[in-house]
Design a protein around this ligand. Structure first.
Ligand SMILES: NS(=O)(=O)c1ccc(C(=O)NCc2cccc(F)c2F)cc1
Ligand SMILES: [Zn+2]
Length: 249
């Protein structure tokens, strides 16, 4: 049912993610601050095969690894990061930039510990989560990503997890932290419209061989017939009444 036909519907599904970002229409907003990222490698805990992707989880029982400033009010606590990819290098990202699809995308998930007691509570509010989206492009082998990839063998099947000690997530980020930002949603079930999206304007490299190893992960459990996670990216959603802002001109 189209949003125009149902008043209720309009309020429930008009801020969905991902989107195609038209960079020419993105407006520089001078009140946007530089993103402030403070990750403590001691908070990395484990890598988990979720079935549709793998999550690298962090200790979010205190404000040890946080982001603030940027488009945000208050501190948002690092919870996990994960990737989205495609069955070939021809697609895989969730966000699209001026119609250009990238081969994969990194999502770094944070929740508003400034206002809400738990992640689950924060996920019920429009200012509950902040996800940094980083586009991946095919290039030279990425040594920081290789540390993650070396552990994928330990979490091949759904539900498996493996310890990940002192992971330096900040070293995976580009030096240039300029970003586009817009109000959106989770890109998987339950699609809650609770995310301030912060999509970095600079892509990071991954080699085609490294990306191939993501596709070797299985969505099936140990005792089942093996089915690989060939792709896990959602198609782009309509912008409706939203404006994408840019941190730079
Ligand atoms: N791809 S993404 O970055 O948009 C994304 C990030 C997190 C989640 C998630 O935590 N799901 C489980 C979950 C658990 C508890 C409460 C929730 F709302 C919830 F979505 C889903 C999608
Ligand atoms: Zn994601």
């Amino acid at each position: 049912m189209g949003a125009s036909h149902s008043h209720r519907n309009k309020h429930c599904h008009s801020h969905q993610s991902p989107i195609n970002i038209c960079t020419k229409k993105a407006r520089h907003d001078p009140i946007l601050k530089p993103l402030n990222i403070q990750y403590d490698s001691k908070t990395s805990k484990r890598i988990v095969n979720m079935g549709h992707c793998f999550n690298v989880e962090f200790d979010d029982t205190a404000d040890m690894s946080v982001i603030n400033d940027g488009p945000l009010t208050g501190k948002y606590r690092l919870r996990q990061f994960h990737f989205h990819w495609g069955s070939t290098d021809a697609d895989g990202s969730e966000h699209v930039i001026d119609g250009k699809v990238y081969p994969a995308e990194l999502h770094i998930v944070h929740w508003n510990s400034h206002r809400y007691p738990t992640f689950e509570e924060a996920a019920k509010h429009p200012d509950g989560l902040a996800v940094i989206g980083v586009l991946l492009k095919i290039g030279e082998k990425n040594p920081v990503l290789q540390t993650i990839i070396d552990n994928l063998g330990q979490v091949k099947t759904k539900g498996k997890e493996h310890m990940l000690i002192k992971y330096e997530l900040s070293s995976m980020l580009p030096k240039d932290l300029n970003y586009w930002t817009y109000p959106g949603s989770l890109t998987t079930e339950p699609y809650f419209e609770c995310v301030t999206w912060i999509v970095l304007q600079h892509a990071i490299p991954i080699s085609s061989a490294q990306l191939t190893q993501f596709r070797g992960l299985l969505c099936t459990a140990e005792n089942e017939k093996p089915v690989p996670i060939l792709e896990n990216h959602r198609r782009v959603q309509r912008l409706h009444d939203r404006v994408v802002r840019s941190s730079c001109t």
